[in-house]
Design a protein around this ligand. Structure first.
Ligand code: SF4
Length: 442
């Protein structure tokens, strides 16, 4: 008898971006020819909370009289994550029982038993490397610009065991790179069918030199117009491989990211990162520069011992003009980092400064963390008139979409010079910075 397979929406940022938008590969793996698959992640894309609720309510009601077996997938994220809010909501709304499935076998049965005991867990082989998305289905998903996009998985798991990451908990450090020839054939098939953008959804795509073999074969195929992206970051030590660095550019990998995490070696030890010495990161950055690659960097805040520990990261970001994404350390059931160790306040206070330092360094060539930051501002064309309590700054102020980073940087630079918190008032072509009493927010 045919079944109904349902993928539920989850409020992850990646849903907003066509380049990452997930295809329901997990349910496609178990789909039989007669089964129907409904992707509510796609159907609810861009809807507000109230509308998503309405959609799920309607679906729950329609299932009351559906005689088919129903399998509900909990998306691509761990079952204990806050991202499964719609999963919990939907299961509670159902008046019938269903089969529930997901990728977190170590946690899912307990969670379903605890919260949704009417339903049954369906254990599944989640090796999804062999799933091919039919072309007519790909056409229903968001494109990247005008490019048709497909998701590909080339590996399973990760051989590392970083303490703030759920991947090793899910896969128990198992790692497998599927035969390169199979992946190449798949990409070629997608290309011939019109796909021009491939999203790799691997957790640690670059850990194996087989990745370099794959790149080399892609260079040989010369798939004109094709671009590649990886949803997750690339491993730091993989950038030590000159061969990989050379090939990445030729293949047209875009929006690459590298998980630096933190410049403090005690933080690297706390998260049990696979490298404990920061020199490993410096060598990777040197290679990235040498090969002219554009690679964004992930930083994790919240485990530093002091504000100085966070500022050390931000100084590094500014000095190296890194394009960054900053996040707070997440904790996972079974992981080595616990909630009590994470200082959210440190993160919230300094994340915007990190983004600002990155923007100033890349857009204006100004290091806002340097002692001579004000002189650097003058050098890039700003006229600065200072009195004891007030600064008038004249120059370009209308930075499209980046004004908040511009203002945040000014607050920081002048707070260092004036020795107190500052307010910033912007007008067209000028900015007035004034002293502000302490205690009115960061
Ligand atoms: S952070 Fe990256 S390298 Fe570390 S366990 Fe997770 S996937 Fe593997």
């Amino acid at each position: 008898m045919s079944r109904l397979l349902i993928d539920l929406p989850y409020p992850a940022d990646t849903n907003k971006y066509p380049k990452f938008f997930p295809h329901p590969l997990l349910l496609m793996k178990i789909k039989q020819p007669d089964d129907e698959l409904l992707d509510y992640n796609l159907r609810c894309r861009g809807l507000g909370e109230a509308s998503v609720k309405e959609e799920l309510d309607r679906l729950a009601t329609s299932l009351e009289n559906d005689v088919r077996e129903v399998v509900v997938g909990c998306g691509h994220f761990p079952a204990d994550a806050d991202k499964n809010v719609w999963f919990d909501y939907f299961l509670r709304r159902l008046s019938r029982s269903v089969l529930v499935t997901g990728i977190y076998p170590s946690v899912m049965p307990g969670r379903v038993g605890r919260l949704h005991s009417r339903h049954t867990v369906l254990p599944t082989d989640w090796d999804i490397g062999d799933v091919v998305i039919p072309i007519e289905m790909l056409g229903e998903y968001p494109k990247v610009g005008k490019k048709l996009r497909a998701s590909v998985r080339a590996t399973r798991g990760c051989p590392r065991k970083c303490g703030m990451c759920p991947v090793w908990i899910i896969h128990r450090r198992k790692f497998e790179f599927w035969p390169v020839s199979k992946i190449i054939d798949r990409i070629k098939w997608y290309y011939d069918a019109g796909v021009r953008y491939i999203t790799f959804i691997d957790d640690n795509l670059t850990v194996s030199p087989k990745f370099d073999d794959m790149l080399e074969q892609l260079v040989g195929l010369d798939l004109w117009g094709m671009e590649y992206i990886c949803q997750e970051g690339f491993e730091v030590t993989s950038f030590h491989r000159e061969r990989m660095c050379c090939l990445l550019k030729q293949v047209r990998f875009v929006d690459m990211k590298m998980a630096i995490e933190n410049v403090n070696e005690d933080v690297l030890r706390k998260i049990d990162k696979y490298y404990k010495e920061f020199a490993v990161v410096e060598r990777a950055l040197a290679n990235i520069e040498k090969h002219g690659l554009e690679v964004g960097s992930y930083f994790l805040f919240g485990l530093e011992r002091s504000e100085e520990g966070v500022l050390k990261n931000i100084r590094f970001i500014a000095e190296h003009a890194l394009d960054v994404r900053v996040n707070v350390v997440r904790t996972y059931e079974g992981g080595v980092v616990h909630d009590a160790q994470v200082d959210q306040k440190l993160f919230k206070g300094y994340a915007s400064l990190a983004y600002s330092a990155s923007w100033y360094a890349r857009a204006l060539g100004v290091n806002i963390m340097a002692r001579d930051a004000i002189d650097q501002l003058k050098k890039v064309g700003y006229e600065i008139h200072m009195t004891k309590s007030r600064v008038l700054l004249e120059g370009k102020t209308d930075y499209w979409r980046m004004t908040s980073r511009f203002v945040r940087g000014l607050k920081w630079m002048f707070s260092q010079v004036l020795g107190c918190d500052c307010s910033v008032k912007m007008e067209e072509g000028s900015v007035v910075v004034t002293k502000r009493p302490r205690g009115f927010g960061f």
